[in-house]
Design a protein around this ligand. Structure first.
Ligand SMILES: [Zn+2]
Ligand SMILES: [Zn+2]
Length: 226
């Protein structure tokens, strides 16, 4: 039976009590979206909302500023990253007491470089690959015209022909192209620095295992020499 009251009730339902979003006390809202019991609580809620929005805007601004900084200084970050990856390669070799040049098998002399087999200009996709970086006397690395020849012999002599083949022939095929953004370089720079700082905490079996491990941790080259 549809009484007048029943119809009226449907049209104008009795207000249901709600809990105030600010103070938690019960109240009867005048509109469906009202979530505050009093104008004071309404004001507090609005204030909180604004603070949240301001905070979001601030963090957005900060993020944009950081991204701008990364783009502006990307060249420096790239150079720093290369320098620290080179440092890591030299650390590995000195950790395993490799005291001779990969090119000429003589003691390093005054200065040691982490020498690229595939040059940075020749095959830039391997520029940060630790398998492509072995310690050499600076003189051999920078001035010797027999550099590449000696390097090839050195790899084979030290680690066997399989490894030499891996570095010389296989790596360039595996990594024809790599894509690393400026932001990733920036993040990986911090990462490689922490790897260097904590170098002594890693359990390294041999120079090849160490190169596999750190390559993977840096996250650009994930292919292992087995
Ligand atoms: Zn309230
Ligand atoms: Zn040498």
């Amino acid at each position: 039976m549809r009484t007048f009251e029943a119809i009226n009730k449907k049209k104008f339902p009795e207000p249901r009590p709600k809990l105030c979003k600010h103070c938690g006390s019960q109240f009867f809202p005048r509109t469906t979206f009202q979530s505050w019991c009093s104008s004071e609580c309404g004001y507090e809620i609005a204030k909180k909302k604004k603070a949240k929005k301001d905070k979001e805007q601030k963090s957005k601004d900060r993020k944009e500023l950081k991204e701008m900084k990364i783009e502006t200084h990307s060249k420096e970050f790239k150079a720093d990253f290369q320098r620290d990856v080179n440092r890591l390669a030299r650390l590995i070799d000195s950790h395993f007491e490799l005291t001779t040049c990969i090119d000429c098998d003589k003691p390093f002399g005054k200065q040691t470089d982490a020498a690229h087999f595939h040059s940075r200009s020749g095959n830039s996709s391997l520029r940060w690959n630790l398998h492509n970086l072995h310690s050499a006397a600076s003189h051999c690395n920078q001035f010797s015209d027999k550099h590449k020849q000696g390097y090839e012999v050195g790899l084979s002599k030290r680690y066997g022909p399989e490894y030499s083949k891996y570095v010389i022939d296989e790596l360039p095929l595996i990594y024809k192209r790599i894509e690393v953004s400026n932001k990733q370089i920036y993040e990986k720079l911090a990462l490689v620095r922490s790897l260097i700082r904590n170098f002594n905490t890693f359990e390294l079996q041999n120079p090849i295992h160490a190169r596999n491990l750190f390559n993977i941790l840096i996250g650009i080259y994930t292919n292992n020499f087995k």
